[in-house]
Design a protein around this ligand. Structure first.
Ligand SMILES: C[S@@+](CC[C@H](N)C(=O)[O-])C[C@H]1O[C@@H](n2cnc3c(N)ncnc32)[C@H](O)[C@@H]1O
Length: 397
């Protein structure tokens, strides 16, 4: 190991063995090939500093900096924890020091359990040419290099500064894969076609370029996210001109694509709260638990594109708010005594639309995510229930 003192490397190896055991026990690490890669790659090299998350008193997460300079032993131990460590907030504009600060994570090293699970799901044979989108810290890129060899690995990162740092860290442990700066949705035609494509950020749909750059028989693993914040982790098999596969679950989640346009929630929420007092309450036909079900939310966001959601609890009342991009809003207010009322306002009857989506989902037998599938054609991403002929909706951008 290049710049790592022997003492650290010996301790780190022990920590990697313990991590491998934990991931095998949890079922995410399944094959000797990925075990060897996990043991070979020093995660601490990719996490010279990171931000630890704490729950703030107001429910808003705060971050503090952790680095090898503050407490080297603790830092090293934490880098091998099966945890996601945030490494960038607000595109680098917020830099926590000793005092806890708020911010939106824009890059991280994903928890090894998820990284390894996805790599296992990718079913990578020796000699497969792999495209990764979302280089992040470079840790998952290093795992791919250790498993396959550098020339089979291409990784795309949106943030040029991160990509440059990744290149240095990878080189410090002897890896030189092709690193590209750009929008992962464009892939990288230069090194294609790819036998395997893995995304470690969450787009709203599978981009056409991935299909175009995938070799026949390729596998794509990606966790898609919609406007309601519900995730669909899917494994796709590429055939002639299209890719198809079933969703697996909603347990794999990443930060959204940096290219995703998000409505500003503050003004929408303030306008909704102002008109809430004038709205007449309705007896809701939908149970609050339905509005929290990841599979329902996954399918509801197909019916309500662009609608965002947030949950506010105060004075014994929990409000599940839905905010349409056009100023339409709906809220289900539930009280600790079990009673609930729904309210809606704005140009569209959003509560009525949510109720219709819930009725259809309940009539289908409350399907879990694993009953849904996806067909990706050059222009469309079509979601279906049980079989490709039973279309449930189409994914937007
Ligand atoms: C969760 S991190 C990746 C974790 C990484 N694979 C690792 O092991 O450290 C997600 C990364 O995706 C990048 N990203 C987000 N949107 C992107 C896009 N449209 N194209 C390329 N990279 C993107 C972010 O900048 C971030 O660094």
């Amino acid at each position: 190991m290049s710049d790592i003192p022997d003492g650290i490397e010996a301790t780190a190896h022990g920590l990697r063995l313990a991590l491998a055991k934990e991931l095998e026990h949890g079922g995410s690490l399944r094959t000797p090939e990925w075990r060897d890669a996990l043991l070979a790659v020093p995660r601490h090299v990719f996490l010279p500093s990171f931000y630890a998350a704490l729950d703030g008193p107001d429910g808003i997460t705060r971050y503090t900096a952790v680095g090898r300079d503050t407490d080297p032993g603790e830092w090293l131990r934490l880098t091998y924890r099966n945890t996601t460590w945030v490494t960038q907030l607000d595109h680098g504009a917020t830099k926590p020091g000793g005092e806890p600060v708020t911010g939106t994570p824009t890059s991280s090293s994903t928890l090894p359990g998820v990284v390894v699970r996805m790599l296992e799901d990718l079913d990578v044979p020796d000699g497969a040419n792999v495209l990764e989108v979302g280089t992040g810290t470079g840790y998952s890129t290093a795992l791919l290099c250790a498993r396959l060899g550098d020339r089979y690995v291409t990784s795309v990162e949106h943030d040029a500064g991160l990509s440059a740092a990744d290149g240095e860290r990878l080189a410090s442990i002897g890896h030189r894969p092709r690193l590209v700066v750009g929008d992962g949705a464009e892939g990288d035609p230069i090194n294609g076609p790819y036998d395997r494509i893995i995304a470690t950020y969450s787009p709203g749909r599978v981009p056409a370029a991935w299909l175009a750059q995938a070799a026949p028989g390729a596998v794509i693993v990606v966790s898609l996210v919609g406007s309601l914040g519900a995730y669909g982790y899917v494994k796709l098999h590429v055939g002639q001109g299209e890719a198809q596969g079933r969703f697996i679950d909603s347990d794999v989640s990443f930060m959204p694509s940096r290219e995703t346009e998000r409505p500003e929630i503050g003004p929408l929420m303030r306008a909704a709260v102002r008109s809430r007092d004038d709205a007449a309450g309705l007896a809701p036909a939908v149970h609050p638990d339905t509005l929290d079900d990841p599979a329902f939310l996954w399918i509801a966001q197909l019916a309500l594109p662009g609608t965002t959601r947030l949950r506010l609890a105060a004075d014994g009342v929990t409000g599940r708010w839905f905010l349409g991009p056009d100023g339409s809003w709906a809220v289900l207010e539930s009280r600790s005594d079990g009673t609930a009322r729904a309210y809606q306002g704005g140009p569209r009857a959003l509560w009525a639309e949510l109720t219709a989506a819930a009725s259809a989902w309940l009539a289908d037998g409350r399907p879990g995510l694993d009953r849904y599938g996806l067909t990706v054609a050059p222009d469309t991403n079509t979601v279906w229930l049980d079989n490709p002929g039973n279309v449930a909706g189409v994914l937007g951008t």
